[in-house]
Design a protein around this ligand. Structure first.
Ligand code: 2BA
Length: 109
């Protein structure tokens, strides 16, 4: 068994969870926030049999989309006028950043 941990954009989370549940997967959503943009995102946890990992990855890749977001630049010592002159920087946010872990044991008590 594997534990799949996937950080996705909040806008994609509901569709992703619907698609996963419709295919019989068990899912937990945790509302999280990225350290760089400091905006809400969602962390999805799935315990998955080894032979279903590719199915989960396929669903994640079709449900989650790359988007451009904008962040105000922050530099130590910068003044508000400096930010206005530079303008917001463009940041491309995933898709889904996903880790897959081997699971030693699952216990339901
Ligand atoms: P954030 O930390 O808010 O990052 C949002 C996007 O900003 C990132 O998209 C990336 O394009 C950019 N970014 C992040 N840190 C940067 C930096 N130091 N310099 C320049 N650009 C930077 P994604 O890579 O798609 O990541 C989306 C979200 O996934 C992240 O939100 C974070 O919550 C999570 N994440 C990504 N990689 C991670 C990792 N190695 N460990 C933990 N969380 C991660």
């Amino acid at each position: 068994m594997k534990l799949v941990v996937s950080i996705v954009q909040s806008d994609d989370a509901a569709t992703l969870i619907d698609d996963l549940v419709a295919q019989g997967h068990r899912v937990t959503r945790i509302n999280t926030a990225g350290g760089f943009l400091q905006q809400g995102n969602a962390t999805i946890l799935l315990g998955v049999d080894d032979d279903l990992v590719n199915d989960v990855l396929r669903i994640i890749s079709t449900s989650c989309h790359t988007r451009l977001q904008y962040r105000s630049p922050t530099f130590a010592g910068a003044e508000v006028a400096d930010f206005a002159a530079i303008g917001p920087i463009e940041v491309q946010v995933g898709g889904a950043t996903t880790w897959i872990f081997d699971v030693e044991q699952v216990v339901r008590l």
